[in-house]
Design a protein around this ligand. Structure first.
Ligand code: FAD
Length: 521
């Protein structure tokens, strides 16, 4: 009987397992997921160490264009109320807790007027030109190759960059793809009113329900299992995985892969080698150990150039890293002060970005409780900085060298209630998180650096996740990983089904007209 081996336990693999069962007709017992860590979810993590320390590496914004993600979760029962689906739960939550940010950008402790985008005519021209250029002609160009310096201090740039985590040296192609894919967001970029969120952190709201469903279906989860190598047999220009070697809890194992079996590889990971600090210690930057995702991809690509060029994404940590932090407070003092200042109740605002912060620091108050089981008096929020190597304005150190207490101090410095710092600090724990590869998928690259989901000649191997190529779609999204899963399953099983069509707002005249008005504002 056909077996499917899914390498990696992030959303790309979990989605692939769900599609293999739902659309491919496999039973769960035919599917094994091998994950090198002891927990499923990959980047979509969330951990409650106790009621004083909660940690999320990131928080996710989604919207109606997440066709594959919403399709996937339209069949998965919610963890909190199994009579409803996860999608129904997300939709009900967003109808009840609507996002409409009133304090998107802050400078000198004051909320900035962001009703205009701050473009010069040259910026408008450059933006339009970039949208019209072909990806091939852009090649390895970066965003800063396409705009003049002034663009990077416009309201638009601060809002777009902090929302999607773009930096000037990132790929112009990825930036262009985002402009197209989210063109409908132009008119509401200042309020983020189009954003959907999950009721809890994405580990509780997405990963755990999916894991429970897959477990019920009989999928086998092999945790602590790092896949080290795949052996590939070649006949008549066809490539077929014939063996899989992995190490689980220190012991080496080999699985024989039959030609009818399927292998899905999540190649590369934006959260590989991430580390945590504490209130008193910075998060160390782990440079030596990259994790199984990069190591396996490197070995495969070394032999087969059509499997892409991992080093294009993994060897520029200084351009791909940044840090986030999770603040857990034992009372509502910080939330109360932020709500009063921003005019947004928890969960209804967006990232509050401090444009005078050398780190370009942002913070967002999620709806509470953010974790299932979080006590009522506890509040959890998340923030990040895009430029971790620059010295802070109040703590004169790079963010990457700061403890959690120093990150909290730096953040409070930008807010008009900084005198509350001693009390907030006494009642809070701030955990820094260093992510060396967090924007590696945005680094400059060209055609062929990422493998196709099903590489040329492959009979049973698919690449899924953030580092495979899906024309027109945008990386750094859950949607990209889920779409890759859908493509991989439908193609490898040769199903008579098409992935959910991608939303193409740039083909809608009304959307374009609204975007144009924003461009001219
Ligand atoms: P990963 O989550 O990286 O999972 C890969 C997994 O595979 C890992 O667990 C790894 O350990 C395992 N693995 C890999 N190779 C091997 C091997 N050889 N052996 C065993 N195990 C292996 N998305 C949005 O849509 N909106 C947002 O607002 C958003 N914001 C984000 C903010 C942050 C801070 C972060 C970190 C991510 C954000 N994302 C957002 C992106 C989204 O979370 C990711 O795109 C998605 O979770 C990637 O999932 P994945 O399964 O493709 O890869």
């Amino acid at each position: 009987m056909k077996q499917a081996y899914l390498i990696g336990g992030g959303i790309a693999s979990l989605a692939s397992a769900a599609y293999l069962i739902r659309d491919g007709g496999l039973s769960g017992s035919q599917i094994r997921i091998l994950e090198e860590t002891e927990v499923l979810g990959g980047s979509l993590d969330g951990a409650a160490h106790n009621d004083k320390v909660y940690v999320i590496r990131g928080g996710r914004m989604m919207n109606f264009t997440y066709g594959c993600t919403y399709d996937l979760f339209s069949d998965i029962p919610s963890l909190v109320d199994p009579t409803r689906t996860v999608l129904a739960e997300i939709q009900e939550f967003n109808a009840r807790v609507k996002t409409s940010a009133r304090a998107r950008l802050v400078k000198n402790g004051q909320i900035l007027d962001v009703s205009h985008m701050g473009f010069s005519n040259k910026d408008r021209l450059a933006l339009t030109r970039l949208m019209l250029r072909s990806e091939r002609s852009l090649g390895y160009r970066s965003i800063q190759d396409c705009f003049e310096a002034g663009f990077f201090s416009s309201n638009f740039w601060f809002m777009w960059a902090s929302m999607f985590a773009f930096e000037p040296w990132h790929s112009a192609v990825e930036f262009k793809r985002y402009l197209h894919r989210f063109v409908h967001e132009f008119p509401r970029i200042q309020t983020l009113a189009g954003v959907d969120r999950t009721p809890y952190n994405q580990y509780d709201s997405m990963i755990r329900p999916l894991e429970v469903w897959l477990q019920k279906e009989g999928v086998q989860f092999m945790l602590g299992a790092e896949v080290k190598q795949l052996q590939i047999s070649e006949t008549h220009q066809k490539k077929t995985v014939s063996r899989l070697d992995y190490v689980q809890h220190g012991r080496e194992y080999t699985i024989a892969i039959h030609p009818e079996d399927l292998v899905f590889v999540t190649n590369g990971s934006m959260t590989a080698a991430s580390t945590l600090g504490s209130m008193d210690s910075p998060a160390p930057t782990a440079r030596a150990e990259q994790g199984g995702s990069w190591a396996l991809w490197r070995k495969l690509a070394h032999k087969y150039p059509e499997f892409g060029h991992p080093e294009v994404f993994s060897e520029r940590i200084e351009q791909s890293k940044w840090l986030s932090f999770t603040l857990t407070s034992q009372n509502s003092q910080f939330f109360d002060l932020m709500e009063k200042f921003s005019g947004n109740k928890e969960g209804t605002g967006a990232l509050v970005t401090f444009v005078d912060s050398p780190w370009l620091m942002s913070v967002v108050l999620a709806h509470q409780p953010h974790f299932i089981g979080q006590p009522d008096h506890v509040k959890v929020c998340w923030g990040y900085g895009l430029y971790p190597d620059r010295p802070g304005r109040f703590v004169k150190k790079p963010m990457s060298a700061c403890t959690g207490a120093e990150m909290l101090e730096e953040m409070l410095g930008y807010l008009p209630f900084s005198e509350a710092l001693p009390e907030i600090r006494a009642n809070s724990v701030c955990i820094p998180c260093s992510m060396p590869y967090i924007t590696s998928q945005f680094l400059t690259r060209t055609t062929g650096d990422r493998p196709a989901v099903i590489p040329e000649g492959s009979t049973n191997l698919a690449f899924i996740g953030q580092f495979c190529e899906i024309p027109n779609d945008v990386v750094f999204t859950v949607e990209y990983s889920v779409r890759s899963a859908q493509i991989a399953v439908y193609d490898l099983l040769k199903l008579d089904k098409q992935p959910v069509p991608m939303y193409r707002g740039e083909r809608d005249v009304k959307v374009l007209w609204q975007a144009l008005k924003t461009l001219l504002s």
